[in-house]
Design a protein around this ligand. Sequence first.
Ligand code: HSE
Length: 474
Amino acid sequence: MFHDYEKRIDFFVGYPVESPILENLFSEFAGLSEDHMKQINVGIIGFGTVGAGTYEVLTTNREIITNRVGARVVVRRIADLDIETDRGVPEKPDPEVFTTNAMDVILDPEIDVVVELMGGLDKAREFILKAMESGKHVITANKALLAEFGWEIYREAERCGVTLAFEASVGGGIPIIGALKTGLSGNRIQSCMGILNGTSNYILTKMARENLSFETAVEAAVALGFAEDPPTLDVDGTDAAHKLAIMMSIAFGGAIDFDQVFREGIVAITPDDIRFAREFGYHIKLLAIAKDLGNKLEARVHPVMIPKNHILANVHEAFNAIFLEGDFVGPTLYYGLGAGRKPTGSAVVSDIISLARDLVAEKRGMVPPLGHVHPSETAISIQPMDELITSYYFRVSALDTPGVLSTISGILAQKGISIYSVIQKGRDRKGSVPIVMLTHEARESEVREAIRLIDDLDVVTDKTVVIRVEGNNL
Ligand code: HSE
């Protein structure tokens, strides 16, 4: 570290001795000498995958981080109910660092920042509020807590005059919160489409590439260690909806009523749907979508058929990607690992570094938690799903009898839904056939009504699968 500063001093040798530039430089240098260097003390609650990842980043890259912050960042305490199991971090924490009591972290007067990585709702909420009340800055990766009860936490951070940061809550290692809060802050955000759940993306990739059933692909995904507990939260769209709600609060500057975010999972998708989608020129992805419609927002998470040459159609395995459009910047794309020990640890540490820089400068963070000084506490209006207008894919399972296709197309015509393309495949063993169609743009309420009528037909043998189409206008 000194080495770099010596170089900078060499660079300034041409300045007169009384130069303010040199004075500043020397005082900066003095502040960084080992004797005078500040220390930022971190307390971690939760030493699971992300906690261990955070510790590993802080210790492995200690020197780089010290240089970037201008202070030592030290993990002073780690609280977890299990302090015996070896987490496999290269530099073992001193046994005295560990405690089974989170209050030992929260109430330690030496600790500057509490990093909540235990997950869950009630206890995590209690610990975060208590930490703020005790004057600690808080960093969390807890997307469910922020999406469902974030407002109380943002308000408490403001009241207590502490920093709240949550880069790791969305997109794992992808610095998307920072992009929204600072990089794109000159823009009105027009739309956001994201693959925000690595587990679902992995399942859909496996089903597409290896023709696996949904159930077998879930087992493979859970073995990766990315899945929520229970994995239902991944496959039913809840996890992606949590992340979307957090991004929307920043992008649109206000509270999002999580219950208004539409969510539908990938449970009904079969390898057949993936194959048919491909025949039409599409891939199936679980997308989280938000759009600014002027006086209201679209907010929805569901499987989507997206043209196979679209950038998001080519995001595979457990990768996440977020496609954001701003009124001045235009389209932007963020891609990376959305989960896992190291990427998520990297995101937590970025928050620690940012906070530590503020502490070194002895000033409160300039960027508020949601990137707005006065975010709207009144929930932003979200368009009811019934009003959505988009194109659709239907897979109807029907007996192969004369007139079936015309009965189905009659119902669609009655509801004003125009067919763009139809494929009918040969009989399967049960004697029913898949009738697969793509529609032109239609209104969701009419589509639901049409599907209800179609599913009521005697010749229809199973519930019709409906997938919305995104990324082009049929
Ligand atoms: N269960 C999440 C996923 C982990 O699969 O993306 C990261 O939030």
